[in-house]
Design a binder for this molecule. Sequence first.
Ligand SMILES: [Zn+2]
Length: 439
Amino acid sequence: MIPARSQPKSGWLELFPKLWRWPKLLCLCIALLSKRARDGLIRTPELLRAVWLMRRRFFGSHTSLGNRLQDAAAQASPPPPNPEHQLSRGHGRAVAAFAVPSYAAGAREAYTRRYVADLARVQSMLPPESRWIDTHCHLESILYRTWPGGKRPRVMDNEEPMDLLALVESWPPGLEACICNIAFQRLSESWGRMSEWEWLTETLPVLQPGTLLGSKIWFTIGIHPSDADRWGSDAERHMCSLLSHPRCVGIGECGLDFSFDHKGNEADLQLRAFRAQASLAVETGKALVVHARQAEQLCFQVLSETVPPDHPIHVHCYSDSLEHALQLCDVWENLRIGFTGCITFALEDKGKSKGRGSKGRGKSRDRPEHFAALVQGLPLSRLLIETDGPYMCPEPFRGQTAHPGHVHRVAERIAQLKGVPLATVMAVTRESCRTVYGI
Ligand SMILES: [Zn+2]
């Protein structure tokens, strides 16, 4: 690590000419600049200034081109002092990792401009009375960035920190509400401030009737399959105490996830927790939110044994086979299939999950053509839109923290794949939300 005090204080662009003696680093700098320029995250005057400074170092004297670049650079505002400049060392080689307020401020503005423009665009495509709901998200992880991408510089530097009220106020007028899944008793990530269950306890007092937050947020309570070892009588008691809350609309997400390698008796623990929560949903008349991955037969078996055909079910973030989805729809008339930002990803993307220990992800079932076949093969009346924010942010916002304000992009992709107007998708999926959750 190069000590911070040894760094220049005259602005990040001044670093580039100082690196001219090391061609590899110079290439890295040029590649970095080009990428930022392509992404629209660096302003043209800044780019010209960087090019000018590097060119002067290489060639030493002014040319007519140089004079023109110098003139352009002179018109650009000088970068502000940058005492927080950091350089870090990775894998034994010097790698520049810039955490620069002036750069981040520009990117933040670009992100905000793009989001605001997108909301104006989608609202202009819809009749004023059009309403929609993000039927599945995780507000604790959205606000505290407790997701794998949440600690990356592009999130920390480029996205405005928000409290819950500011987040809700940033949503488009047509977004009627979100359903926040509270499914983890443990911290979502090690840097989390509290678990989802603890976050709900802290947040419930502000969900008062007649307030903005009290009208925009619904919740479900459950134990995620990744947290299945937490299931027990204490968890069940606590869940039951929350089911009577007027904003509670379901149990889950719960289910079976066999897309990751299991240790010991983890599969048995998942089965036990899923069966118990499915039974509780039936007993209490609450919607059941199912998280199922690569466990088609077992999932069908548990549902068949515990849930009657008229019970409302949301199978969220669906990525299994079309045959299985159709089979589920055949048996449970009030079952709906939820799709997330995954269905918006471009053809060259390999998939949404490349985590350690995963198996079979990033392959056929995460391919865009698989999602296209699913959406086209299922009736529109059986679909729900969701973000599962903060994960899988829809295009063109991919890489950012997904939140309910992005869910219209999922609806737009469904409209495109189905060849129907966006307003139709909003109306039909809104009705399905009413069928499943009663809201
Ligand atoms: Zn979820």
